[in-house]
Design a protein around this ligand. Structure first.
Ligand SMILES: Nc1nc2c(ncn2[C@@H]2O[C@H](COP(=O)(O)OP(=O)(O)OP(=O)(O)O)[C@@H](O)[C@H]2O)c(=O)[nH]1
Ligand SMILES: [Mg+2]
Length: 296
């Protein structure tokens, strides 16, 4: 598992690999910290998070600590930063409803299929709702995933009211006694304000039909855009109730350091990462594993 994650993160690892030489060098602490800061910024960790980490390392270590001691300090610092998040609760009990939100093309539909696959593997009865009625091919795309995974998909005509799709889906979900309903949403409508209203409406209908639901609203962010993912995330924070982040496309990018900046700057846990286009390419995010995959 760790080996696999390492391989998937290989492009980001290349950036961090320079650190290996650094940690084996005979450099003084201040030189190591300078080089480290530079590498982290190159890896898209972000300036303010990088500064925060360097400062914390300075406090945590002594002036004449060896580079290898600094490496341990960095690992501890990163693990602490990545796991110090609210909401890292155990998975919610079935039946539950998960809503996927995020900018267009970020990977919502694909990530949802991955979650469906995972739940299936746990023996759960899954249903998916195509509440993206804005993009012409969205219904078909989810329909194809449904066929491939053998998961029923509640669909609607192009341009239909997404909240009514959600309504129909929740009714079927209850009637068929499913364990998990995954709700896909559009990445873009006419304006951002429209999108936020649409999401609120979907959420309201779900909550009205199933008290306590949606148990999870995952904000899907594309790691390949690095620091810009933060800008997108802030837009979506205007929509209330997001419970966690699903960070996609870590397999193809050297900007995996963005995980660290995003986790630091948003008061939200990173719950999953996407490492490929297939339904199995899902990793439940765990700080220690991620740091190990990056740094060893
Ligand atoms: N390499 C890689 N590609 C991914 C990953 N997740 C999604 N993709 C690809 O990203 C593209 C967009 O994915 P979608 O799931 O359609 O994104 P979306 O957010 O639903 O897009 P809209 O419905 O247009 O808003 C597709 O080509 C996916 O195969 C990932 O973890 N790794
Ligand atoms: Mg989609």
């Amino acid at each position: 598992m760790l080996g696999n994650l390492r391989e998937k993160l290989s492009r980001t690892r290349q950036v961090f690999k320079k650190l290996e030489d650094l940690f084996q060098s005979g450099k003084r602490r201040e030189e190591v910290l300078d080089d480290l800061a530079e590498a982290m910024i190159l890896a898209d960790v972000g300036v303010s998070t990088t500064e925060k980490i360097i400062e914390a390392m300075r406090e945590r270590t002594n002036k004449d600590d060896s580079p290898s001691a600094l490496k341990e300090a960095l690992k501890e610092e990163l693990s602490a930063l990545l796991s110090r998040k609210p909401g890292t609760s155990p998975p919610s009990p079935a039946p539950s409803i998960i809503m996927m939100v995020g900018t267009n093309g970020g990977g919502k539909t694909t990530s949802m299929a991955k979650l469906a696959r995972k739940a299936q593997g746990e023996g759960k009865k899954v249903m998916m709702a195509a509440a993206d009625t804005f993009r012409a091919a969205a219904q078909e795309q989810l329909g194809l995933w449904g066929k491939r995974l053998d998961v029923p998909v509640i669909r609607a005509p192009y341009g239909a009211d997404p909240a009514s799709v959600a309504f129909d889906a929740v009714r079927s979900f209850k009637a068929q006694g499913c364990d998990l309903l995954l709700v896909d949403t559009a990445g873009r409508v006419h304006t951002n304000a429209n999108l936020m209203n649409e999401l609120e409406k979907i959420k309201r209908i779900i909550a009205r039909e199933v008290p306590g639901a949606p148990q999870e609203i995952l904000l899907v962010l594309d790691a390949t855009i690095g620091q810009n993912a933060l800008v997108q995330a802030r837009e979506f924070l205007r929509f209330s109730g997001i419970t966690g982040i699903f960070l996609t496309k870590l397999d193809g990018t050297a900007k995996g350091g963005a995980v660290i900046g995003i986790s630091d700057e948003l008061e939200l846990p990173i719950k999953y990462i996407g490492v490929g286009e297939g339904e199995e390419d899902l990793v439940e995010f765990e700080a220690g594993n991620f740091v190990d995959a990056l740094l060893s």
